[in-house]
Design a protein around this ligand. Structure first.
Ligand code: CDP
Length: 222
């Protein structure tokens, strides 16, 4: 793989700033940015909409396999198409947050998305973010980062993001839901959230978006 076609993996818990940072890093490098969480979110949206019983695994898999998820960059903006519909602004709902761990814990669903994600990165030139990118999707990624921040800071960031987009949120409920999601992401059997052995860990508490982006870009250049 040529030097300018690297695979960069960024993992970390909810609200650690992965999406914002990954976007900036990708832009600086002229790479494609893939938010793998948006794929789990899109699938969860579909399953909720179709009123599928989450315990009915056969039904769940049938729906998932019949679902088309496309990620596109349009005018520099990243959009998610669920069966052709642009759902980018409909993926961060409390209902999706509540059900997503169940979907993300199903090994066959993870396997299904793993294949799509690996295909997207096969030629390199990609910054992919999520929970298992450095550990499972691209164990041989050229650079791996695990970004984290205190629970208080992560809750504050998510609170601001939601408030800025006009959504009403209760801070303590939000913190609780982030804690629950983190716990479930870290304890599931298949590809849980963990720090890859060769990942560079960045605690972003108190750091600005630009500071984190610069740190990452410097590491990649090394
Ligand atoms: O933005 P935030 O960190 O809150 O979440 P996200 O990256 O959109 O991911 C939402 C959920 O999808 C996570 O809590 C995981 O349960 C799941 N996910 C996963 O299991 N594996 C990934 N590679 C990405 C997301």
């Amino acid at each position: 793989m040529s030097k300018e076609k690297l695979i960069i993996a960024i993992d970390g818990p909810a609200g650690s700033g992965k999406t914002t940072i990954a976007k900036k890093v990708a832009k600086a490098l002229g790479y494609l940015h893939i938010d793998s969480g948006s794929m789990y979110r899109a699938l969860t949206r579909k399953v909720i909409k179709e009123k599928i019983d989450l315990d009915n695994k056969a039904e769940l898999l049938k729906v998932v396999k019949a679902t088309r998820i496309d990620l596109k960059q349009v005018d520099g903006k990243f959009i998610v198409l669920l069966d052709g519909e642009n759902v980018s602004d409909k993926l961060r709902t409390p209902e999706i947050n509540k059900n997503i761990n169940t979907i993300a814990a199903v090994p066959e669903i993870r396997r299904y998305l793993l294949e799509i994600q690996r295909k997207l990165g096969k030629d390199g030139g990609i910054v992919m973010e999520g929970r298992d990118i450095g550990t499972a999707i691209f164990p041989h990624a050229d650079s791996k980062f695990y970004i984290d921040a205190s629970i208080e800071e992560r809750t504050r960031r998510r609170f601001k993001e939601l408030s800025d987009s006009g959504k009403k949120v209760d801070l303590s409920k939000l913190e609780k839901s982030i804690r629950i999601r983190d716990e479930k992401d870290k304890t599931r059997d298949t590809n849980p959230l963990r720090i890859a052995e060769d990942a560079i860990v960045i605690d972003t508490t108190g750091l600005s978006i630009n500071e984190v982006t610069q740190k990452i870009l410097k590491e990649i250049e090394k």
